[in-house]
Design a protein. Structure first.
Length: 258
């Protein structure tokens, strides 16, 4: 038995009822719903190992997971309460939706053969989305653990474990990427003026009310504290995503063109 298996077994011995369906446990898996009998507060290395092991695999929980993302903070709240089996793993859903968004963007935007002094910003964006979708998606994912650390600083009383904040970060980024995907899909069937208006409106919703309600639901902080921290965390999220994405994408472009 590996150290990881022994850790799972040790945690399972503490649980008597399934955290998802409340059925009595008689082993390492629930006999009713099939969820593994482990607590959400398992070691970070276990969470990352499970996520990367099947990050690009497909499962039939995607529709339910995506639907739950439409409700601010609901997916994170359910996951941290122990309801993991009905939903796709946070790392998998965040990465896959990000890649789908970039692929749709690459199909929608005109792309140049490379970034030059004469190419437009739209063509450059199309080129980057087409050639470096995986790099951009990975860069965005790598920014989330840093953002999760800042979340822990502000909400360590209500959620003392770092993993809780990382899951929130992954779910929020999934929702933002999903919103971006919907905007791009709408651009295929709507006039430019309507598409631009919908895109701006949806961006304001995701960075404003959606994030505020998600923070309030998951961390159960007062509305005043939530509103005070919202602006700080929104700014930190945008800076981290843009900075790390620009750095890694620029590095990749430089390496391939040299």
């Amino acid at each position: 038995m590996t150290d990881l298996d022994r850790g799972k077994t040790a945690v399972a011995e503490v649980l008597h009822d399934c955290l998802n369906c409340s059925a009595a446990l008689n082993g390492p898996y629930c006999s009713s719903c099939g969820q593994e009998a482990t607590k959400t507060t398992r070691p970070l290395r276990t969470f990352l190992a499970e996520g990367f092991a099947d990050i690009v695999s497909f499962d039939f929980r995607y529709p339910r997971t995506v639907f739950t993302l439409f409700f601010p903070g609901d997916l994170t709240y359910r996951y941290l309460a122990g309801q993991r089996i009905p939903y796709s793993p946070p790392l998998r859903i965040a990465f896959n939706i990000s890649v789908l968004f970039l692929v749709a963007l690459a199909l929608r935007l005109p792309a140049s053969e490379g970034i030059t002094a004469d190419s437009s910003s739209v063509n450059d964006l199309g080129f980057l989305a087409r050639e470096y979708a995986l790099v951009i998606a990975l860069a965005q994912i790598l920014a989330l653990p840093i953002w999760a650390y800042f979340l822990k600083l502000g909400f360590k009383v209500s959620r003392p474990l770092y993993l809780s904040h990382l899951i929130f970060a992954l779910h929020y980024h999934s929702a933002v990427a999903l919103a971006g995907l919907l905007i791009v899909l709408c651009s295929f069937v709507t006039p430019l003026s309507v598409y631009a208006t919908l895109g701006s409106l949806l961006f304001c919703v995701m960075t404003g009310p959606y994030l505020i309600f998600a923070l309030h639901k998951v961390y159960a902080a007062s509305w005043l504290r939530t509103l005070l921290l919202w602006g700080v965390y929104l700014l930190a999220y945008l800076i981290l995503i843009l900075s790390l994405t620009s750095f890694l994408t620029g590095l990749s472009v430089g390496l391939t063109q040299n």
